[in-house]
Design a protein around this ligand. Structure first.
Ligand code: GLC
Ligand code: MG
Length: 536
């Protein structure tokens, strides 16, 4: 598909390295393990792999607390292992995207150790220090996402430092020019090695209000949600100054060929699209989490897709995400059957899809018993708010360690892994994996699905969403039944041929005005050229 970059036409596959494949029998996934599974990734048909952090880290937040941006944590392997993996990925024509964690370091990073050593240390200003209030309390009411105040008092130097996450994750001061240069240099280090880009952690957090004003209360707070959300992060995130930094990051990536920057940004659509930058000088893909944050409802999703399509700047390429290492898994959210509809939606909307490892076999959240809890968010706020359930080991086969490890895995395996695993699903023509593979392969050979226009189709039937993807003479109709009941939408003038059903086995069936949809069924239909169903 000429004229489009790989990150526009390709599919991204997120690997949580601790949980993909263990190669050295320590119960934790590693780079050599990923290496061993590259054939699988290629076979699946995805185009790029994004790895959650693999850098040196005390693992207070499982790698999102970096103590050396230029080295590989020994748990995952060595820099040689990394170089070998990068080469192998490229040899297969795939891309490798790393996680960049610029908002905060580990409290054991030498920068922070220097910064806290004295108020006069030149690195002091690399972090966000503030005097106590007259009563000794923290400078303002900002909260940590992981619970409690976002300020921790440092006795020895008599000031508080700011941390949006754990106290072991002090926030860097991005208004400091040396900090900016240091992290841009980290980017260059990996780009020089040949990595194809970065997913940038909590990009919308980088700049905070210079006056540290108090955050206002959130009138819509849901008590089941994180206590962090009791306040609106009006002054602690998404500050205007962040876009200047995003532009600098983009400028670094532009010194190299064909690299991508993907921003982790949880914001409503109108604020999210600003991260594309003026004239496209921002990140290539501000992660769009709408399919995660909205309820699973055809009408709401349909409206959201139109809003998003309408809000994109002229140069903005869309993207879609169903799950990641911080969110409940899609199969748990919507059920096994509806998870196929979700997969079809993810891979047929206009824009770059990201698949979270294991979703292609319908992995579910695993109930992690209290004594095995790992996630700091769960330790601080209770298991219900923990992220371990979506981070459990990949289920490769029905052997003792699920083909993931020969040891005790760092998080428990799912109780259903003996049935739900790659080996079993590979051979089952109607499995989730067979469905994903058929869908990915159909997408790859159907340019309209990859780069075609998006046109909503108004069927007027509850719980059914429909849209067309159009490219020159090629016209595809996608019809998705979000409901537990069958549905038979009627479209005068419609004629076409089924290319794929979530239920498989309906290929080549002719559709003539009436579409027969089973419960939880999604269809991709190639429309006859002369057929003209009503568009909204
Ligand atoms: C991002 C990561 C999450 C991490 C947090 C702090 O949201 O995805 O896993 O805990 O940032 O770095
Ligand atoms: Mg290991």
């Amino acid at each position: 598909m000429k004229g489009h970059a790989w990150w526009q036409t390709g599919i991204i596959y997120q690997i949580y390295p601790r949980s993909f494949q263990d190669s050295d029998g320590d119960g934790v996934g590693d780079l050599a393990g990923i290496m061993r599974r590259l054939d699988y990734i290629e076979w699946l048909g995805v185009d790029a792999v994004w790895l959650s952090p693999i850098y040196a880290s005390p693992m207070a937040d499982f790698g999102y607390d970096v103590s050396d941006y230029r080295s590989i944590h020994p748990l995952f392997g060595t820099m040689d292992d990394f170089d070998v993996l990068l080469d192998a990925v490229h040899e297969k024509g795939l891309k490798l995207v790393l996680d960049l964690v610029p908002n905060h370091t580990s409290d054991r990073h030498p920068w922070f150790i220097d910064a806290r050593s004295s108020r006069d240390h030149p690195k002091r200003d690399w972090y966000l220090w503030h005097d106590p209030r007259p009563d000794g309390g923290p400078p303002n009411n900002w909260r940590s996402v992981f619970g409690g105040p976002a300020w921790t008092f440092h006795e020895e130097t008599g000031q508080y430092y700011y941390h949006a996450f754990l106290k072991e994750q002090p926030d860097l001061n991005w208004r400091n020019a040396e900090v900016r240069e240091a992290i841009l240099d980290v980017m260059r280090f990996w780009l020089d090695k040949g990595v194809d880009g970065f997913r940038i952690d909590v990009l919308w957090h980088l700049i905070k209000d210079a006056r540290y004003r108090n955050n206002p209360p959130n009138p819509d707070y849901d008590p089941d949600d994180l206590p962090y959300n009791e306040l609106l992060p009006t002054f602690s995130t998404d500050q205007p100054g962040v876009h200047d930094i995003v532009e600098r990051m983009r400028a670094v990536s532009e010194d190299y060929e064909d690299r991508v920057l993907i921003g982790e940004i949880y914001l409503p659509i109108h604020k999210l699209v600003v991260y594309y930058g003026e004239d496209g000088g921002g990140v290539h893909l501000p992660f769009n989490f709408q399919l995660i944050t909205l309820p699973w409802d055809a009408e709401e999703i349909d409206a959201m897709v139109s809003e998003y399509e309408g809000a994109l700047p002229p140069h903005g390429w869309p993207n879609w995400v169903l799950g990641n290492h911080d969110q409940p898994r899609i199969a748990t959210r919507v059920g096994d059957e509806q998870a196929r509809v979700a997969g079809m939606l993810l891979l047929t909307l206009r824009g770059t899809p990201t698949i979270y490892y294991g979703d292609e076999i319908g992995m579910r959240d695993v109930d992690v018993p209290p004594q095995r809890v790992q996630d700091p968010q769960a330790r601080n706020l209770g298991r219900k708010l923990g992220r371990d359930p979506a981070r459990t080991p990949m289920q490769w086969d029905d052997s003792d360690g699920a083909g993931f490890t020969t040891a005790t895995p760092w998080l428990p395996l799912s109780g259903d892994y003996q049935r739900r695993n790659v080996r079993a699903q590979k051979d089952a023509p109607d499995s989730m994996l067979s469905f994903y593979r058929a869908l990915i392969s159909l997408r790859a050979r159907t340019p309209a699905l990859v780069i075609g226009d998006y046109e909503p189709v108004e069927l007027g039937i509850e719980h059914v969403m429909a849209y067309e993807r159009l490219l020159e003479a090629e016209r595809l109709l996608v019809v998705l039944n979000f409901a537990r009941a069958p549905s038979t939408p009627h479209m005068p003038g419609l004629r076409g041929r089924i290319l794929l059903s979530t239920h498989l086995e309906r290929e080549d069936e002719i559709v003539d005005e009436t579409i027969r949809l089973a419960a939880h069924e999604g269809l991709i239909i190639a429309l006859d050229e002369e057929a003209a169903p009503a568009r909204s």
